[in-house]
Design a protein around this ligand. Structure first.
Ligand code: DC
Length: 225
């Protein structure tokens, strides 16, 4: 029988520090880092490039047979390819954030991405970040953290991140986007961003990156090893 892989699930709202935490934990444990939001963003990008509105559910579903999405292991993480094209920062814009949030509400889209996510976790020790990893994608993950922080703390971090990438925006619009997406992601009927019953609630509003990583390692070490 194949040895069971180790899985760490990190779920939580946008800008909660999940991806920073996940990258650091992946390095610490030597696990593959999978950013599942990048998959939804890539579907959003495809739909947007087709000129279909983000709320046009039938239009979104009609795209799926034409979407060839792959996740390949590169530098210890999962790199996303769309029809052979390597996807990078073009999925990190505010427009694609909105597309990603909207397409992720469509059950057919979630179903479409399910196996891509599970397949990687069958073959590798993974740390996966998203919204429904502990509840739907990897319910058998040995460690589950629900990562969150106040909307203001999250907006401040996301704003700094966007500035660094050269994206022009204001703190107010980042906060407004964040609040809109929180509501859109948590109030949807399918796979809302809610904690798994066995997830540890991890509020990092008052932690810097080093503290966040150290505290998470303490929690994970107890259940994983
Ligand atoms: O983590 P992120 O901000 O890159 O995610 C983009 C969008 O994708 C987010 O609005 C919610 C959605 N998403 C999801 O529904 N399920 C996931 N596992 C990851 C992301």
């Amino acid at each position: 029988m194949a040895e069971m892989t180790k899985k760490i699930a990190l779920d939580g709202p946008s800008g909660s520090g999940k991806s920073t935490l996940a990258k650091n934990l992946a390095r610490h444990y030597g696990f593959v880092y999978i950013d599942t939001g990048a998959l939804y963003r890539t579907i959003g990008l495809f739909v947007c490039e087709r000129g279909i509105e983000s709320t046009d559910v039938a239009g979104i579903i009609s795209c799926l047979p034409d979407i060839k999405i792959e996740m390949k292991l590169e530098n210890g993480g999962g790199a996303v390819y769309l029809g052979g094209r390597r996807i990078g920062d073009e999925i990190r814009t505010p427009i694609i954030s909105k597309y990603a949030s909207d397409v992720s509400k469509v059950p057919e889209v979630r179903e479409f991405l399910l196996e891509t996510q599970r397949a990687i976790a069958r073959e590798n020790n993974v740390i996966m970040d998203g919204r429904d990893i502990g509840t739907v994608i990897l319910p058998d993950a040995q460690a589950k953290l629900f990562v969150f922080a106040s909307a203001e703390a999250r907006a401040k971090r996301r704003y700094a991140e966007l500035l660094e990438r050269g994206v022009e925006t204001t703190y107010e619009s980042v906060l407004a986007d964040m609040q809109w997406r929180d509501a859109n992601d948590s109030q949807r009927e399918i796979a809302p961003a809610v904690p798994a019953k066995d997830a540890v609630m991890f509020d990092n509003s008052l932690m810097n990156i080093d503290e966040m990583v150290k505290n998470a390692i303490e929690i994970i070490d107890k259940v994983l090893f």
